[in-house]
Ligand binder design. Structure first.
Ligand code: ZN
Ligand code: ZN
Length: 410
């Protein structure tokens, strides 16, 4: 049985860009390593969730790990929480939170408390660990004004509306249940919001901020309730151990909830300046101890959102060079591995957001089939031997290639 390396370039799929002479960033970039794998392997296109659906990075990664997001997805809150390192359990309800600034009438003055960048850990400590009725409150700061809230206790539900009004000048909302069983959760969330104002408004961090003329972070506003999906752990579902080298907390959360081991990568930022060398090292290390490794690289998606086709092409070229070093670093393992390079969705520069365009895909392994496609790109892959697949089938295909498929029938 072979090991499997799945390389995900976030949002890599694109459309023809006028600035690149009508080529996509992937087609325009110098990618000798991906081109070789495409030439020696099989290519195709993939609807990561389903045809016509523009995937989020969370739902996409669920699908790529072999789960059906249309069945199991319960919102991003749980993944955000897991991505900050909060241990999240079945039955918990998680929310994304902002530290915000409100006046005495609970009217929002700043949804991000002046993009507060220090002191949030001290503020979070005050909120973390409180009990409301029989529910435990877990609260942890994340980057800048962001934080996560997890409610843990009996009979909770994620079917509640946001407290965050999503606009300045509006009053903080009262959460309402979307079904009768969610009444308790809405009540607890409203009580938490009220208490957060009481506990934060005179906190010394905020007293200092006000002295400095900065907006105080005097409320925690929750949104996007979610519960962890009820999914079997990756190792149970696929009969192999798995690890992930990831660039952003949302994807880390999906991997964590799925039971993958998260590799520690110094210098990984999730931005264009991420240390690809460190990620390569971590991936090689992970392959030494695990059957399956997911390597996620975020930069490509950022360029799509920014409408920067040239930067996207440059970044893809850098990722390709990193892939080259990775393959070199495999040593003898190169004989015994199946490599897949693809994306979690398209983020076309001209759309500046995720689109429903299927993503290109290549699958390579020594001695496996090839299909006559010579380069790796959106248009070339449309002629590839894998045809057009769905994301949730990808891992089965890779397992088949890796000699890990179970026989169905006698
Ligand atoms: Zn993505
Ligand atoms: Zn994106």
């Amino acid at each position: 049985m072979r090991k499997i390396l799945l390389v995900i370039l976030d949002g890599m799929g694109d459309r023809p860009c006028p600035n690149l002479g009508g080529r996509t960033p992937l087609e325009s970039a110098a990618t000798p390593n991906m081109d070789r794998l495409a030439r020696e392997g099989m290519t195709g296109l993939m609807d990561v969730i389903a045809p016509g659906i523009a995937p989020g990075s969370d739902t996409a990664h669920l699908a790529l790990l072999g789960y059906d997001p249309l069945e199991v997805y319960t919102g991003r809150g749980a993944f955000e929480a897991a991505g900050t390192g909060v241990d999240i359990r079945r039955g918990d309800v998680a929310f994304r939170c902002n530290f915000g600034t409100v006046d005495g009438l609970m009217k929002v003055i700043d949804r991000r408390a002046g993009r507060i960048s220090s002191g949030t850990a001290e503020l979070a400590t005050v909120l973390n660990g409180m009990r409301i009725e029989d529910v435990e409150v877990i609260f942890k700061e994340a980057v800048e004004h962001r934080a996560v809230l997890v409610l843990r206790g009996p009979d909770l539900s994620s079917d509640v509306t946001d407290v965050d009004p999503h606009e300045v000048g509006a009053e903080v909302l009262s959460s309402t249940p979307l079904r009768p069983e969610a009444q308790k959760t809405a009540r607890i969330l409203n009580e938490f919001t009220r208490k957060s104002y009481e506990l934060l408004k005179d906190h010394e961090v905020n007293v200092r901020r006000m002295e400095e003329g900065k907006p105080p972070a005097n409320i925690a506003m929750a949104r996007g309730a979610g519960s962890p999906p009820d999914v079997p752990p990756f190792s149970e579902l696929h009969g192999m151990s798995g690890a992930a080298v990831v660039g952003i907390s949302l994807v880390e959360g999906v991997c964590r909830v799925s039971g993958l081991d998260i590799m520690d990568v110094p210098g990984a930022t999730g931005g264009l300046d991420t240390d690809l060398g460190q990620k390569v090292e971590a991936t090689i290390r992970a392959l030494g101890t695990h059957d399956f490794v997911l390597l996620h690289i975020k930069g490509t998606d950022i360029c799509g959102h920014d409408d920067s086709p040239e930067t996207k092409a440059d970044f893809i070229a850098k990722a390709d060079a990193a892939l080259g070093r990775l393959i070199e670093g495999l040593g003898d393992l190169e004989e015994d591995i199946v490599i897949c390079v693809t994306a979690d969705h398209s983020t076309p520069c001209c759309v500046m957001d995720h689109s429903a365009d299927p993503v290109p895909l290549l699958v390579w392994g020594k001695g496996l089939r090839h299909d006559g496609v010579e380069t790796f790109g959106e248009h070339a892959a449309a002629h590839g031997g894998l045809g057009k697949i769905r994301g949730k089938d990808l891992l089965n295909i890779l397992k088949g290639q890796a000699g890990r498929a179970e026989k169905y029938g006698a």
